[in-house]
Write a protein of this length. Structure first.
Length: 258
C-alpha cells in the first residue's frame, strides 16, 4: 500500500509558488525505490500483453494492484492535489473529487505520432509520474511546456474556441515545427523516475518530446479538478471536439469531464 503523510501547508505554498513561477513543481524522490521497481514490473507485464507499439491505460480499474491504483486511491495524495488546486487556482471542488489516472506507453513508430501533441488538459492540475524514461539519445521524452499561458476561463465558450484553434492538425504541426527549429522557447522538464511533477495542465500548452522508437517511455498522469465540470455546453462541445484527437488524448481529456 502506498504510504504518504499529510502534506504541510508550507509544502503546499511552495508547490503553488513553483508552479506559478517556474511552470512546474517537483516532489523529489516521492516514490520509494522498491515501489518504483514494482511499478516497473507492472509496466513490463503490460508491454508483454499489449505489444511494442503505443498504447495507454485509462482509469483505475485498468491498474489494479499497482502503485498506480494506490496513488489514485490514496487519501493523502488526493488531499495534496486538492490543496494545491484550491490554493493555487482559487477554486473549490466537491469534497469527493477524485483523480483520473492514465498510463501512457510511448514506444515504436506510433509513439512518435503521439509526441509533440501540444494541448491544454481539461483539468486544472496535472501530476506527472514518470516510471520508465530513456536516458540515451538526443530526445529522451522530456515534458515540453508553455506554462501558464492562459488563465482558467470563466467562459466555457472561450475555452472551447482556444482548444479548437490549438488542437487541430495544422496548429499541432506548426507548434511542433517551431519547437523543433528552436524558434519557440518552451520550458523543458527532464523527467526523473521517482519524482512527481505538478503543473497547471489546463493553463499550460504542453506535450512530450519524442524518444527513440526502440525505447519505452512510460508515464502516469493524474488529471485533477475540472473547472467546467458543471457545464453541459463544455461536455457537449469538447466531447465532440476531442473525439477528433488521437485516442490517448481524447480519452484523457474527455473522461474527466464526464
Ligand atoms: O506523457 C506525458 O508526459 C504527458 C501526457 C499528457 O500531457 C496528457 O496525457 O495529458
Ligand atoms: Fe496533458
Amino acid at each position: 500500500m502506498f504510504e504518504l503523510s499529510t502534506v504541510e501547508p508550507t509544502t503546499v505554498a511552495r508547490l503553488v509558488k513553483d508552479i506559478d513561477t517556474r511552470g512546474f513543481a517537483v516532489l523529489e524522490d516521492f516514490i520509494a525505490a522498491d515501489q518504483l521497481q514494482q511499478a516497473r514490473e507492472f509496466i513490463t507485464r503490460q508491454v508483454t500483453e499489449h505489444g511494442p507499439e503505443y498504447f495507454a491505460l485509462h482509469g483505475v480499474t485498468a491498474m489494479r494492484d499497482s502503485l498506480f491504483e494506490d496513488l489514485a486511491t490514496s487519501p493523502a495524495f488526493r488531499q495534496m492535489l486538492n490543496e494545491v488546486y484550491e490554493t493555487g487556482l482559487k477554486l473549490t471542488l466537491p469534497s469527493d473529487e477524485t483523480t483520473f489516472p492514465v498510463i501512457r506507453f510511448l514506444q515504436g513508430k506510433t509513439g512518435r505520432k503521439e509526441s509533440h501533441f501540444f494541448h491544454f488538459d481539461a483539468t486544472g492540475l496535472t501530476a506527472l509520474v514518470p516510471i520508465v524514461i530513456p536516458t540515451e539519445g538526443k530526445h529522451c521524452g522530456d515534458l515540453i511546456t508553455f506554462p501558464n499561458i492562459r488563465p482558467i476561463r470563466r467562459s466555457v465558450m472561450v475555452n472551447v474556441i482556444e482548444k479548437a484553434i490549438l488542437h487541430n492538425t495544422v496548429s499541432q504541426k506548426l507548434t511542433s515545427w517551431l519547437v523543433g527549429r528552436g524558434w519557440l522557447n518552451p520550458v523543458r522538464i527532464k523527467l526523473k523516475p521517482g519524482n512527481v511533477y505538478l503543473f497547471w495542465g489546463y493553463r499550460s500548452l504542453h506535450a512530450n518530446d519524442p524518444c527513440d522508437p526502440s525505447m519505452l517511455r512510460a508515464t502516469a498522469l493524474y488529471h485533477y479538478g475540472n473547472p467546467h465540470r458543471h457545464s453541459r455546453l463544455a461536455k457537449r462541445l469538447l466531447g465532440r471536439n476531442q473525439r477528433n484527437l488521437p485516442i490517448a488524448d481524447t480519452e484523457a481529456q474527455v473522461i474527466p469531464e464526464a
